[in-house]
Design a protein around this ligand. Sequence first.
Ligand code: NAP
Ligand code: G4F
Length: 331
Amino acid sequence: MKSCVISGISGQTGSYLCELLLSKGYKVYGIKRRSSSINTERIDHLFDHPNLELVYGDLADYSSLSSIIGDVKPDLFFNCGAMSHVKVSFGIPEYTMDVTGTGVIRVLEAIRKNSPSTRFLTASSSEMYGASPPPQNEDTKFHPCSPYAVAKVAGYYATINYREAYNMFAVNSVAFNHESPRRGETFVTRKVTIGATRIKLGLQNELYLGNLKSKRDWSHAADTAEAMYKIITADSADDYVISSGEMHSIEEFVEKVFSKLDLDYKKYVKFDPRLLRPTEVDALCGDSSKLRNALGWKPKYTFDMLIDEMIESDMKLATNEKLIKDNEKKI
Ligand code: NAP
Ligand code: G4F
């Protein structure tokens, strides 16, 4: 049976990759880091699957990575683990470089020493383009604007270096923003769908946001996971941009979500300067024609389908919350 290891399996994209790889018949080993509370809710529905196994490990700990790779000798390794929040990275820059940047080198080194035929993909980011204007593709110059982006650039080049130096199948997916109902609650899209649905049900009155003028290229995380699988199983090792090719401002996203709920966002959205970043990435829009032409990738979700799915899911959560609150009042 073919096997794969996924770091970051408890995260948004790792959870979609896990579903995809299980559906393709892989034995999936997920690297889970120790936490004081249970945080596997994105993959809880897969726990009974006979081909899923979680193992403790950490991108900051070479010995754990080396043991896992040495024991499993997987066909594929997806490196989705990272300290992935851009704003937070300004507060913990060294840690971000260690996990998000050096973590890539630890995995590559563990593969080189223990299982050199394992194919490796790391989740690189459109944040690496930073201040380089759109459209961005595989040839666009990097201009990182945060400790997170600097760490991703380090991981990107380390991956290419191991490919060139040791002839390993080591590749980068350079993904633009991808979202879903499983998106972390502190990223802007999810913060907006949670806030707007709770406002709709009277559970909160306002939503504090930062810069609404920046623009992003949003895909669905399930489409991104499909692309990652195509990239790591391609005939030859190469790096690819994954993107929708559509760009919208944060304000447009907010306006759309609120208006789908028959709300005027201007009445509820407030500005909090603490949410601004020391340096902002103003505009990201990916040109993924290399991926589409060479590997035949095409996203299934449109921007509206993505938003509708996120609203529907968060409306269910808000409805449950309201039911509990209303029942508490009756007791
Ligand atoms: P996410 O939801 O924040 O998930 C990050 C995952 O990394 C979580 O499973 C987290 O574990 C794990 N992790 C954090 N620190 C770790 C450590 N020291 N050792 C091992 N695992 C660790 O991020 P995502 O949206 O799924 O993104 C997946 C990857 O794609 C990340 O590398 C991200 O930087 C990159 N990326 C994301 C986007 C996007 O728009 N989503 C775009 C481009 C690139 P816990 O659950 O324990 O926290
Ligand atoms: O949702 P965000 O935090 O995502 P950001 O910074 O684009 O990073 C995400 O995408 C990257 C790919 O390009 C990934 F590599 C990275 O791991 C992560 O998944 O912020 C998007 C935009 C920013 O311009 C931010 O300033 O939204 C703006 N924003 C406005 N108000 C806010 C808020 N962002 C957050 N998180 N929270 C706000 O209240």
